[in-house]
Design a protein around this ligand. Structure first.
Ligand code: ADE
Length: 228
């Protein structure tokens, strides 16, 4: 998978993309991530990327031209399966969307800032508008990182143990059951006997029951909709 990200703060991606699973996936050649600075495509001498909104109102709007130039440049080199704009008024991201996007080969992510981007960019280029939740961030960068992380761990070969993404919360429609490691007695709090029993069938049944119970008590909405 190749992921291109358009941002006015490319440095923000340096930390999260250079550690742990994403770093390993890049080293294994399973994913290539390129961050592009929208400012490099700005037309004016001062490299402006925002301007006042027509019709008045507070805040600035990201201008169409630099974004269009950046997207056109990338589209001349790559064919994208999706051009995704991260925005609080987009469709709310979930595991189902992550599964869907993880099968794509080339993705282009656009991070917005200020009051938003010129609407004509959304009309002309954007194929998907995605929000990571009903709250407003300072920009789309953190949202792009979250989306990228959720997709990359689903790419076959990225996780050492192929089954571990399959057993994630949400992947089968349920939250994950509780997990324990040594010691079996922590300050008098004991690991459930069943997990020490060695009986794989009973352990699998226990995990399943715990997953159902946890989902019922914490996220009953997940049991009601066929959305995962
Ligand atoms: N940009 C600002 N807030 C956002 C959100 N909740 N999701 C995606 N992009 C955003």
């Amino acid at each position: 998978m190749r992921i291109d990200i358009l941002s006015i703060f490319p440095e923000m991606f340096e930390g999260p993309f250079h550690h742990s699973i994403i770093k390993r996936a890049m080293e294994k050649g399973l994913v290539e991530i390129q961050i592009h600075n929208i400012r490099d495509y700005a037309l004016s001498k001062h490299k402006n990327v925002d301007d006042y909104p027509y019709g008045g109102g507070s805040g600035m709007v990201m201008m169409a031209e630099p974004i269009a130039m950046a997207i056109d440049d990338l589209k001349s080199k790559f064919t994208y399966d999706a051009i995704i704009f991260l925005t609080p008024d987009g469709e709310v991201f979930n595991q189902k969307t992550a599964n869907h996007f993880s099968s794509f080969k080339n993705l282009l992510l656009l991070c917005g800032h200020y009051k938003g981007i010129d609407e004509r960019i959304r009309e002309k280029y954007i194929t998907h508008e995605i929000s990571i939740g009903d709250y407003v961030l300072s920009g789309g960068e953190l949202a792009a990182m979250i989306l990228t992380d959720a997709l990359i761990r689903l790419i076959p070969g990225v996780l050492g143990d192929e089954t571990s993404a399959l057993s994630d919360s949400f992947q089968d429609g349920f939250l994950s059951p509780p997990v324990y490691t040594r010691p079996s007695d922590f300050k008098g709090m004991k690991v459930p006997d069943i997990l020490l029993s060695g009986n794989e069938k009973l352990i699998a049944e226990w995990k399943f029951q715990q997953a159902i119970e946890r989902t019922r008590s914490r996220r009953p909405d997940l049991l009601q909709k066929d959305d995962i």
